[in-house]
Design a binder for this molecule. Sequence first.
Ligand code: NAD
Length: 363
Amino acid sequence: MLLKITLLPGDGIGPEVTDEAVRILETVAEVFGHQISLTRKDIGGAALVSSSNPLPNDTLKACVASGAVLLGAVGGPSFDGVAANMRPESGLLRLRRELAVFANLRPAVCFPALEDCSPLRAEVVRGTDILIVRELLGGIYFGEPRLIQGPNGQRSAIDTMHYSEPEIERIAHVAFELARARRRKVTSVDKANVLDCSRLWREVTSRVAMDYPDVQLSHMYVDSAAMALVARPAEFDVLLTENMFGDILSDQVGGIVGSLGMLASASVGGPVALYEPVHGSAPDIAGRGIANPLGAILSVAMLLRHSFRLEAEATSVEAAVADVLSAGHRTRDLAKPGQEPISTSQMGNFTAAAIKQRAKSVA
Ligand code: NAD
């Protein structure tokens, strides 16, 4: 198969982790006999520097014309002062909107080898396997009006949270469908005791649930969900939530399973899907070759599975990651005191070698 992919390395550790993701794609192609056509384009701060636009037209064109898009991360302190509509993050938000990817899937699995990397006790985190289904194109990140107004010292700011019934319905259907292939439990997270958007969210998700009598729906306020995730993470199956709550809770879950650097994501719902690690550009560690590339590598597994229906290839990447962790390899974010951390590229190399090793043992 020809895998036509647009690569958007972005900023900070984005290029470092996507280099390893590409190494994995190339390894999978070699082992399973596929061809890759990779187009590299700028986004975010890198695109601001090269063409004064966080999402240049040629980047968007390449994305729309490809079979899947793989992104590193955008943003960084050197762009903090630029106008809101020119910020690196606004390029990514626009890309998600242009690709119409309204459903962001964020699996968070505690690999057995990482049970002791969690700040939680091993018996609490053991068996954690959560799929966060986050609404990605609505809510307070896109609502209008949004502005800061008034004279200095008296300024006020407005952000608008907005959700329509069709927006809630379509993401709820995604969550219920996915739950059917898992443990058939959906926890819908909102703030219905305070927000009208959440009251509508709760009403619509309850209505959609009637189409899925085989799936159990429960509702939780976001504050209570934050607590329950830390106290009993293994009890969650599919966690369905709106844009901002999903953004926050998925970073929390990253901490629970050992490191934010482990989490992958797929943004789906439009004709071309977008894959990216959950973490940001991590400016505090960028350029040092110490970032954990496994979130980006596991995003490759999601890309192979969802965009190209290559289940065996996706599974081989996930199994290779488990092998590498079981062998004790740890980047700095996962290493315990006294454990020698490996570099970003070493982690990529070990994972590529594990894919080849598995293929050899099957042959
Ligand atoms: P971050 O996710 O970049 O980093 C949070 C912490 O996690 C940092 O200490 C970082 O070193 C660590 N970390 C993140 N990824 C890691 C990895 N792969 N390996 C090891 N450690 C890792 O979040 P932040 O610091 O709040 O944001 C930095 C910049 O990234 C900001 O400009 C923000 O807007 C942007 N951001 C972008 C995205 C995206 O591109 N999708 C997402 C979140 C934040």
